[in-house]
Design a protein around this ligand. Structure first.
Ligand code: ARG
Length: 461
C-alpha cells in the first residue's frame, strides 16, 4: 500500500477498504495527462520562485523520464499504488529524493484529477471529431455515387414517397455534422483550467494560475475554485454528445439490418463486415450493425450513471466523483470503435440498385404525385386526396399499380386525368422534380452536394 497520506492515522487501512478506494486500476490511463499537468504546475512554481530553478528542472526532467519509462515498458504501474497521482509522486521521490516531495506544493489531488480528466476528454473530443470527419467523407461518397439510386422513402416503416439513397444518406450527413458541432461547442465551453483551485479553496502560495492555464492550452483558469473541483458538466455534456452520435449510428444500423434482410435485399453488407452462424450454413449475419445498435445502450447508461452520481453531491469534491472515470473511458472507447466499424461497414456496403428501384415504384409511392397532378388540373388538394385514395383502393383490389390503369379507368375516378398523367407518375418525375431546398430532386441534391463539399473542405481536421 503506497499512500500519500497517513500522518494523522494510528491504524493501517483495512485491505478491503484500500482496494475499494483505490483507482489505479483504471486511472493509470491518465498518466500522460497527469505528467503534463504536473510539468505545467512545476514550471509555474519555478517561475513564481516557490521552487528553485534547479529543483523545478530536476522534477520536470524526472517526470518526463517516468512517462518515457512507462511507455518503454521499463516501469510498470502496479496496483500497489492508490491512484495514478500517488504512483507518479512515489516514483518521483524514489528517483530524485527530497525534491520529489515538493511537487505537490500548492496543489491537491482534487484540482489535479479535474485537470487530468479535462486534458484527457479534450484529446478524446479531438479524436472523435477526426473519426466523424472520416465518416462524413464516407457518407459523402455514398451520396455522390447514389444520386440515381432510387429507393422508397418511409414513414412508419411504410413506403411513403420515392427518394434516392443519396438523399437518404444526406440526412445522416446532417446528423453527423451536427454531432461534430456539438463536440466543438463542448470543447470550447470546457476549456478552463482547474489547476490552482487546490482542494477547494485555492491556496496562500502566490500561484500564477493564468500561466498554468496557458501552458496547458486552456483559455483561462476556472473562475471559482469550488466550481473548478466540483464541476463535471463537461463530462455530462460529452456523454450526451456521445449518446447522440451512438443514437444516430444505431438508427442507421437498424435500417441496414432491415435492408440487408432476405425479404428486403436492398443492400448487401460486405463479407468482411459480416459473420456466419455456427449451425446454419446459409447465414450471413449483420452482427456489426447489431452490435453498434446494441452498444448504444451502454453509452446511454454512462450518461444516466453520471447524472445520477452528480445529483446529490454537496460542494465541493466528493469521492463519488471518482466514478466518472471508468464509465467515461468505456463510453469513449465504445463510441470510437463504433464509428470506425460503422465507417468501414458503410464504405464497403453494396446498394442493389435494381431491387431498390423496384421497391421504390411499389407500394403506391406515387400516390401523392397523382393527387398533386389533380391539383395541377384545378382540383382542391383535399378532393384530389380523396379521389386518389379511391384509386389506390381499387388498385389494391386489382393487385396493380396506379400507372397500370388505363386512361379510361382513371377517368372513372376523375375527368381531369389526361395522357400526361403517366409522365407525372413515373419514378424519375416523382423523385427528380422534388426540388424544394433539402429535397431529393436533381437540382436540390446538386446544391446539397455543393454545400457538403464546401463544409468538408472548410472543416478539415
Ligand atoms: N482518485 C480520485 C478521483 O478520481 C482522485 C482525487 C482524490 N481526492 C481526494 N480528496 N481523495 O477522484
Amino acid at each position: 500500500m503506497a499512500q500519500l497520506w497517513g500522518g494523522r492515522f494510528t491504524k493501517d487501512t483495512d485491505q478491503l477498504v484500500y482496494d475499494f478506494n483505490a483507482s489505479i486500476r483504471f486511472d493509470k490511463r491518465l498518466l500522460p495527462q497527469d505528467i503534463q499537468g504536473s510539468i505545467a504546475h512545476v514550471k509555474m512554481l519555478k517561475k513564481q520562485k516557490i521552487l528553485s530553478d534547479s529543483e523545478g528542472e530536476t522534477i520536470r526532467a524526472a517526470l518526463e523520464q517516468i512517462l518515457q519509462d512507462v511507455r518503454d515498458g521499463v516501469l510498470e504501474i502496479t496496483d500497489s499504488y492508490e491512484d495514478v497521482h500517488s504512483f507518479v509522486e512515489a516514483v518521483l521521490t524514489e528517483r530524485i529524493g527530497e525534491a520529489g516531495k515538493k511537487l505537490h506544493t500548492g496543489r491537491s489531488r482534487n484540482d489535479q484529477v479535474a485537470t487530468d480528466m479535462k486534458l484527457y476528454v479534450r484529446e478524446e473530443i479531438e479524436q472523435i471529431d477526426g473519426l466523424l470527419y472520416t465518416l462524413l467523407n464516407a457518407v459523402e461518397k455514398i451520396i455522390e455515387d447514389n444520386t440515381g439510386t432510387y429507393m422508397p422513402g418511409f414513414t412508419h416503416l411504410q413506403k411513403a414517397q420515392p427518394v434516392t439513397a443519396a438523399h437518404h444518406f444526406g440526412a445522416y450527413f446532417e446528423m453527423f455534422r451536427r454531432d461534430r458541432e456539438r463536440l466543438a461547442d463542448i470543447r470550447k465551453r470546457m476549456n478552463t483550467c482547474p489547476l490552482g483551485a487546490g482542494a477547494l479553496a485555492g491556496t496562500t502560495y502566490p500561484l500564477d494560475r493564468a500561466y498554468t492555464a496557458e501552458l496547458l492550452e486552456f483559455d483561462a483558469p476556472s473562475a471559482n475554485s469550488m466550481d473548478a473541483v466540483s464541476d463535471r458538466d463537461y463530462l455530462l455534456e460529452t456523454l450526451f454528445a456521445l449518446s447522440v452520435i451512438q443514437m444516430h449510428m444505431s438508427r442507421s444500423c437498424e435500417e441496414i439490418c432491415i435492408w440487408n434482410s432476405d425479404d428486403y435485399r436492398y443492400v448487401e453488407i460486405d463479407d468482411s463486415y459480416s459473420t456466419g452462424s455456427s449451425i446454419m450454413p446459409q447465414k450471413k449475419n449483420p452482427d456489426i450493425a447489431e452490435l453498434i445498435r446494441g452498444k448504444t445502450g451502454r453509452v446511454y447508461g454512462a450518461l444516466i450513471q453520471m447524472l445520477t452520481t452528480m445529483k446529490g453531491l454537496p460542494l465541493a469534491y466528493n469521492k463519488d466523483m471518482q466514478e466518472d472515470k471508468e464509465l467515461s473511458f468505456d463510453a469513449i472507447d465504445t463510441v470510437c470503435s463504433c464509428i470506425r466499424l460503422y465507417t468501414g461497414m458503410l464504405s464497403t456496403m453494396c446498394f442493389r440498385k435494381d431491387i431498390l428501384r423496384r421497391a421504390a415504384v411499389q407500394g403506391f409511392t406515387n400516390a401523392t404525385d397523382a393527387a398533386d397532378y389533380l391539383v395541377g388540373k384545378g382540383i382542391p388538394f383535399r378532393d384530389a386526396h380523396a379521389v386518389t385514395g379511391r384509386i389506390v383502393l381499387s388498385c389494391l383490389e386489382k393487385g396493380c399499380a396506379i400507372d397500370d390503369l388505363s386512361l379510361d379507368e382513371m377517368k372513372e375516378f376523375s375527368e381531369a386525368f389526361e395522357e400526361d398523367i403517366y409522365e407525372a407518375l413515373k419514378l424519375e418525375t416523382c423523385a427528380d422534380r422534388r426540388n424544394t431546398a433539402g429535397g431529393p430532386g436533381t437540382d436540390a441534391m446538386k446544391e446539397m452536394i455543393r454545400q457538403n463539399q464546401a463544409y468538408l473542405e472548410e472543416s478539415k481536421c
